[in-house]
Design a protein around this ligand. Structure first.
Ligand code: PMT
Length: 304
């Protein structure tokens, strides 16, 4: 008999670009087998309400945690598969959001030039970006819906299993717990003429189960836990660890996620806090999180 998660894949169609993207993943894997690799998920999933989707339910995440962390993993020599919500923040380009790129340019005598005051910032970003691109150490895989995300999560994990314990999963995406199965979804835009709408969302199977037991059983798996009630944070993180038996849960509160996280393992609870002074100076909590996580991953490799 199929388990709950297997049934999900049997009944929900794969994304149209699945085979094409997985070819890129396989080729990326082949080029980096001797390195440490991280799968970083980032951004929120959408849950469509109609097959021809006009409306959807979204999960909160700007993609900051995932995109910033990706840069630090890359700086530390990892190859990274960045599984991210299409149009959420991406590594490197995140520094130039909105009109920032236009504001850093000028036109002088018909030529476009970089303004003097923007040069050092752009130089830093572009230098790091080009190094990573030249070494082909970053593969971006975009998703929009929950279905895309879960299909790619399984496909990528299965390929990354070849790295054994050298593989690290850093699951920062905000993944919907509820969805409308394809067979229950209406074809066309829901009309308002029928009066107030009531819909029933089904529970999404917890994919950390197959992640840890079947897809990448030797990987160093880290999940994130987002809460808005402080009293639940560590309790829910512990519950996740007990259920999925993975290595680390990083808890954060919606309101303070940029300045405080708590790292919870079976034996330990450790806070990382960035002071308001550090934040003002442009400090990024992800730098400290990633340093800590890499130390743990190295220890995990050394202990094997
Ligand atoms: O992008 P930012 O704006 O910087 O925000 C970052 C963040 C707050 C979104 C991020 O730091 C964070 O906390 N992400 C996890 C949010 C969350 O609580 O997700 P979740 O409850 O949907 O999932 C918890 C864990 O279970 C996740 O690691 C997920 O991979 C896993 N999960 C979720 C759903 C599901 N069906 N199966 C799963 O295995």
């Amino acid at each position: 008999m199929s388990s709950h998660w297997q049934t999900f894949y049997e009944t929900q169609a794969k994304p149209d670009n699945y085979d094409e993207q997985m070819k890129l993943v396989r080729s990326f894997v082949q080029s980096h087998l001797d390195q440490k690799v991280a799968l970083i998920s980032s951004g929120g999933t959408t849950v469509p309400m109609e097959h021809n989707t006009v409306r959807f339910v979204d999960n909160f995440s700007a993609g900051t945690r995932g995109s910033v962390s990706t840069e630090y993993f890359l700086e530390n020599g990892y190859a990274v598969v960045f599984l991210y919500r299409w149009k959420s923040l991406e590594p490197y380009s995140r520094h130039l959001q909105g009109s920032q790129i236009l504001d850093s340019l000028d036109v002088i005598q018909g030529d476009v030039i970089v303004k003097e005051e923007s040069k050092s910032k752009l130089l830093q970003i572009i230098t790091k970006y080009q190094k990573v691109e030249n070494e082909n150490r970053l593969l971006r895989v975009p998703f929009t819906s929950l279905f895309d995300y879960l299909w790619f999560l399984r496909g990528i994990c299965t390929e990354l299993a070849a790295f054994g314990p050298k593989c690290l999963l850093y699951l920062a995406a905000a993944v919907s717990d509820f969805y409308i199965p394809s067979e229950q979804m209406v074809e066309h835009k829901i009309q308002s003429g029928g009066g107030p709408l009531s819909i029933t969302l089904q529970l999404v199977p917890k994919m950390l189960v197959p992640v840890t037991t079947s897809w990448v059983p030797h990987a160093y798996v880290i999940s994130f836990k987002l809460e808005t009630d402080e009293n639940l944070l560590v309790q829910k993180a512990r519950k996740a660890l007990d259920t999925y038996k993975h290595k680390l849960v990083i808890g954060n509160m919606l309101q303070t996620r940029k300045s405080r996280v708590v790292l919870v393992t079976q034996t330990e609870e450790k806070e990382i806090i960035l002071s308001s002074e550090e934040l003002k100076k442009g400090g990024e909590i992800e730098q400290r999180i990633v340093e800590d996580v890499i130390r743990r991953h190295e220890q995990y490799l050394a202990d094997r």
